[in-house]
Write a protein that binds this ligand. Structure first.
Ligand code: ZN
Length: 301
């Protein structure tokens, strides 16, 4: 069986993308997997640490148990999204313990997020996680630059953010970061933003984001590894498709399917109806938005 690391390298070489679907509520896992299988795509199922306690995903172990019930290695693998060293509320986490626990319950790739640290500290934290995950035969994703949006409070106007390149991943730093940490995939900031998760903002539609494709080219050339786009739903579609050809090998999809679930649950009071809404939206993302139907054959063989 090819590892998730192998599949990501294959995707990068072929100019294909592996979508990663966040399942902040446990009943989302089944319809996401069903949609991926029905589209014969290949995707990751992921949750971030904040989704365990701010939403309904409970814990790394609870998500892993739900995943194992429905898993299909030719179509889906389990990924641990954002484990922050310092989170969006300024809280410090014992990130190594969280990641060690996830590895113990069978996660097939992990992410450490040291992006709120200075460069040296981010390198230090990421290197330790990469060593730990590699000893378990599992790749590590890291983040450099600031993918804004999870913090409470409004963002500056998007156009201003984009023009100024505020928070964009620096090319020289990215090269050094990858060399010194041994991380396998890098989450970059090139205009993408996270969906809001706090208060009334969590229901709002994200502003349409763009990608600075020239900057992305430089990051891809400097690092030589698969790049990851967070905040993938809500980026201008032509930019996303171009980005995939230029080295984005994984795209996180969070807000898009979470809001489908929550909306349907509010409207109907039925978890089954909410699961159906997630299934439909996931199929739409795979087939109509990213065009990755049938990719399982190419990637997994
Ligand atoms: Zn993210």
């Amino acid at each position: 069986m090819l590892s998730t690391a192998d599949l990501m390298r294959k995707a990068r070489a072929a100019g294909l993308v592996i979508p990663a679907f966040n399942t902040p509520y446990l009943p989302m896992v089944e319809p996401v997997i069903r949609a991926v299988v029905d589209e014969d795509s290949f995707a990751l199922v992921e949750t971030a640490l904040l989704e365990w306690y701010k939403f309904g995903a409970e814990s790394a172990a609870a998500v892993a148990a739900e995943f194992q019930k429905h898993q299909d290695p030719a179509h889906v693998r389990l990924h641990l999204d954002h484990v922050p060293v310092i989170d969006e509320d300024g809280k410090r986490w014992d990130y190594l313990a969280v990641i060690a626990e996830a590895l113990a319950v069978g996660y097939q790739s992990v992410m450490v997020d040291g992006s709120r640290l200075d460069l040296e500290a981010n390198i230090g934290a990421t290197r330790v996680v990469a060593e730990l995950s590699h000893s378990a035969g599992v790749p590590t994703e890291a983040e450099l630059g600031a993918v804004l949006g999870h913090e409470a409070g409004p963002l500056p106007p998007y156009e201003e953010l984009f023009k100024s390149g505020m928070g964009f991943t620096d090319v020289g730093e990215a090269k050094r970061f990858v060399e010194e940490t041994g991380c396998d995939w890098l989450s970059v900031a090139v205009g993408n933003i996270h969906g809001a998760i706090s208060g009334a903002m969590a229901d709002q539609k994200k502003p349409e984001a763009k990608l600075n494709l020239k900057h992305l080219d430089k990051l891809s050339a400097a690092t030589g590894i698969p790049l990851v786009l967070h905040g993938g739903s809500g980026v201008k579609r032509e930019h996303v498709l171009e980005g995939i050809k230029r080295g984005i090998s994984k795209i996180n999809v969070g807000t898009e399917i979470r809001q489908s679930y929550e909306q349907a649950l509010r409207d109907s009071g039925s978890i089954t109806a909410a699961q159906d809404a997630v299934y439909d939206r996931t199929k739409w993302v795979l087939r109509d938005y990213y065009g990755v139907s049938g990719d399982s054959k190419t990637l997994v063989g």
